[in-house]
Design a protein around this ligand. Structure first.
Ligand SMILES: Cc1ncc(COP(=O)(O)O)c(C=O)c1O
Length: 438
């Protein structure tokens, strides 16, 4: 690095203690290759974005073709074929009545769009007092200010309390740490009672409830019973409050269905997707809205328009990547691969459940999590276990980034059973290293 080079400032990195970033020169399938030729198995899909393997040739080709035809055009007053094709294709997999799609850049902006649409809907309908948002404990919805506000308190947003808008908080169905002290085998989803009270008492002031459907990601890979999501839908409908499903992590097959909402048999009023939308190639997001919401923005009154947009809204190259990724869902056995991953999780996790240092194991679709026992003072994202485990996994050639004391696997769908079993073996070995006495 010469003295005129800029220093690279990496996200979620404490340079005072973390090792330098690994420089990656290529990626193929589930493997990344470092500049010095080491192969690393990417067991977390590079922050949950990659679906079909790194550098999938069909998506690479679609990106190259589109870049040579039309790289970008503004999306206000203009449109283009890749976005039109993508809207048509998404229309076939997104449940009705979500008939309207608003593109943005990433998961956080998709959430900002959903929050703003919900709040402006009620304002356009002459009910501006209905503007509060309810969000769940353990939620994570992104790092921009609105998304950070609906996320639960955590080290990620501790320095920004003064920026966060006030949000009403309700229980999550975090069964391993039940918020109402019950156990799953006998409970009747009593964790919903708090939401029921909130909606009954303040429903006139509440615009929307936002949830990560069935799987809360960064909060600790917490898997909810289907009944919890179904209950949130029932309650929000009963109180005329919108339900925003943040499918940024769960969308495009992660939970075993195209969208997590399908598993619980519900349809939200607003739904956000990003991450896997382009198969993990480029940054693109979408917020889907119901007819009811869209119709409140259409009138002769210009002030009722949705004044939101980003320079790269619906970038044609990103849309082409998304179309190519959706092609792969049709041309390759993607859901068979997903089912094969689920089978390995189901086979390997029970042994971990019995380990004396394991507090809980959980899985849904392609995602599995092992929560390790640590003293209360060392639990959470900043657990001292995290850096030790991370380095150990890398030394074995596996990329896993534990969320504090929660180790999780979230692989690209092309991972083989042999590769996934290797990841489990490495996690198994790590327990002997970090808990030698057990
Ligand atoms: C559920 C959920 N919503 C939103 C986001 C934010 O997405 P992005 O990092 O693309 O802004 C994330 C990121 O992890 C997420 O898991």
């Amino acid at each position: 690095m010469s003295s005129s080079d800029l220093h690279l400032w990496h996200p979620f990195t404490q340079e005072g203690v973390d090792p330098p970033a690994l420089s990656i020169r290529s990626g193929q399938g589930v493997f990344l290759e470092t500049q010095d030729g080491r192969r690393i198995l990417d067991a977390i899909s590079s922050w949950w974005v990659n679906l079909h393997g790194h550098s999938h040739p069909a998506i690479a080709e679609a990106v190259a073709q589109q870049a040579g035809r039309l790289e970008h055009v503004l999306f206000a007053g203009f449109s283009h074929e890749p976005a039109e094709e993508l809207a048509a294709r998404l229309g076939k997999i997104v449940p009705p009545p979500l008939r309207h799609v608003f593109f943005s850049d990433d998961g956080s902006t998709a959430v900002e769009v959903a929050l703003k649409l919900a709040v402006q809907y009620w304002s356009n309908c002459a009910r501006p007092g209905k503007r509060r948002i309810v969000a769940l404990e353990h939620a994570y919805h992104g790092d921009t200010v609105g998304a950070m506000s609906v996320s639960d308190d955590s080290p990620f947003n501790a320095a920004f309390q003064s920026l966060r808008i006030p949000v009403l908080r309700t229980h999550s169905a975090s069964c391993a740490h039940c918020p109402v002290g019950l156990t799953r085998d006998t409970c009747h989803i009593e964790c919903l009672n708090k939401l029921e009270r909130l909606l009954a008492e303040q429903g006139d002031e509440i615009a929307a409830v936002i949830v990560e459907p069935l799987l809360q990601g960064a909060g600790g890979m917490i898997v909810h019973p289907d009944e919890f999501l179904a209950g949130v839908r029932r309650l929000t409908s009963a109180h005329d409050v919108f339900l925003i499903a943040d499918e940024v992590l769960t969308g495009f097959g992660r939970t075993g269905r195209m969208f997590a909402c399908e598993r619980a048999g519900i349809v939200p009023d607003l739904m956000c997707v990003a991450k896997g939308l382009t198969g993990g190639f480029l940054s693109l997001a979408a917020t889907f809205a119901s007819d009811r919401i869209h119709s409140a923005f259409v009138s002769g009154d210009r002030t009722h328009a949705f004044f939101h947009g980003h320079s790269y809204t619906a970038n044609p190259i990103a849309c082409a990547a998304a179309n190519a990724s959706l092609n792969i869902f049709e041309s390759e056995p993607v859901f068979e691969r997903i089912a094969a991953i689920e089978q390995v999780h189901a086979r390997r996790l029970p042994a971990f459940r019995k380990h004396p240092s394991v507090l809980d194991v959980r899985h849904i679709g392609t995602v599995a999590a092992i929560e390790l026992k640590v003293p209360e003072s060392d639990a959470g994202y900043l657990s001292s276990l995290r850096p030790r485990l991370y380095q150990y996994f890398l030394s074995r050639g596996v990329l896993l980034r534990p969320l504090g004391n929660v180790v999780y696997i979230l692989p690209p769908y092309v991972i083989t059973a042999e590769e996934l079993n290797f990841v489990y073996d490495v996690i198994q070995d790590s327990l002997a290293i970090v808990f030698p006495a057990a």
